[in-house]
Design a protein around this ligand. Structure first.
Ligand SMILES: Nc1ncnc2c1ncn2[C@@H]1O[C@H](COP(=O)(O)OP(=O)(O)O)[C@@H](O)[C@H]1O
Ligand SMILES: [Mg+2]
Length: 235
C-alpha cells in the first residue's frame, strides 16, 4: 500500500530526509515520531505529492510518485486523505459545509452526503457545532473538523500531521479512537506526532522514529534503520 525506498529530500543545502526506507501493508497503523524539525511533515508531504520526489522511490496506493504526471494527482488524492497541521479549513463556511465539500466534489448524491457528514460529525463530538462557521470554533474544534473532512471520504490511506496537537487528553483519545476505527475497516493510517504519550498508549501500532531526517528506530521489520543501512553498505 505504501513503499518508500531510499527517500531523501533537501531544501537547498539542508537535507530534511536522508535515505529513508519503509513499507506498510494495507490496514497498518503507523505512528511517525520525532521531535520538531525531524522531518515528519516533509515525509507526509512527499507521500501526498505536495513535494516532488527527487531522490529515492515512493509508491502510494499503487501510484509511483516519482513519475506521477500532474494530471494524476487528483486521482492519487482520491485514495489518500490528509489532515494538515494547519487544518486548511474554510473559516466562512460552517462545519457541515466544510465536511460535505469533500464529498460534493466527488459527485455523490445529497442524501448519501448528508448521512455520511452527520455520522462523522457526530463521531467527533461536533454535532452541537454543525451549523457554526468554522472561523468561530476553537483550535481543537477546528482540528476535529479537519479530521472529519479527511475521514468522511473513506480514504485508502489517511495521513495526519499532529492531529491531536491542540486537544485535551479526552478529545485526543476520542480522535485516536476514530483513527483506529478507520484502521479497523482497512484504511492504512500514518499519524505524525511528537507526543511520546501517544506512543506509549498505542504499543500495538507500527512505530518509526525520525531524527534529523533519518530513521533511527522502528518496531517492525518493514523499516530500515539508518545506522544498519550504513553498516550494510560498509560490510
Ligand atoms: N519549505 C521548506 N523550506 C526550507 N526548509 C524546510 C521547509 N520545510 C521544512 N524545512 C526544514 O526541514 C526540516 C524538517 O521539517 P519538518 O518536516 O517540518 O519537521 P517536523 O514536521 O518533524 O517538525 C526542518 O529543519 C525545517 O526547517
Ligand atoms: Mg511538522
Amino acid at each position: 500500500m505504501l513503499n518508500v525506498t531510499n527517500l531523501s529530500h533537501n531544501f537547498g543545502s539542508y537535507w530534511a530526509l536522508k535515505n529513508c526506507s519503509f513499507s506498510l501493508k494495507k490496514g497498518e497503523f503507523l505512528l511517525l515520531t520525532g521531535s520538531s524539525g525531524a522531518g515528519k511533515t516533509t515525509l507526509l508531504r512527499l507521500l501526498y505529492a505536495s513535494l516532488p520526489v527527487m531522490r529515492g522511490k515512493v509508491n502510494v496506493a499503487g501510484y509511483d510518485l516519482k513519475n506521477l504526471p500532474a494530471r494524476q494527482i487528483p486521482n492519487l488524492r482520491r485514495s489518500v486523505s490528509v489532515v494538515f497541521q494547519d487544518f486548511k479549513i474554510l473559516p466562512y463556511r460552517t462545519v457541515y459545509q466544510n465536511v460535505a465539500m469533500a464529498l460534493e466534489v466527488r459527485g455523490l448524491n445529497q442524501i448519501h452526503i448528508d448521512r455520511r457528514v452527520r455520522a462523522v460529525v457526530r463521531g467527533l463530538g461536533l454535532e452541537p457545532r454543525i451549523n457554526t462557521l468554522c472561523g468561530e470554533l476553537s483550535g481543537g474544534e477546528q482540528q476535529r473538523v479537519a479530521v472529519a473532512r479527511s475521514v468522511v471520504v473513506n480514504p485508502k490511506i489517511l495521513l495526519a500531521d499532529e492531529p491531536t496537537g491542540n486537544l485535551d487528553e479526552e478529545l485526543a483519545a476520542r480522535m485516536m479512537g476514530i483513527f483506529k476505527q478507520f484502521h479497523m475497516h482497512g484504511t492504512t493510517v500514518v499519524l505524525a506526532t511528537h507526543s511520546s504519550e501517544l506512543v506509549r498508549m498505542h504499543p500495538e501500532a507500527r512505530q518509526l522514529r525520525l531524527e534529523h531526517g533519518k530513521i533511527v528506530a522502528a518496531n517492525w521489520r518493514g523499516a530500515q534503520i539508518f545506522s544498519e543501512k550504513i553498516k550494510e553498505v560498509h560490510s
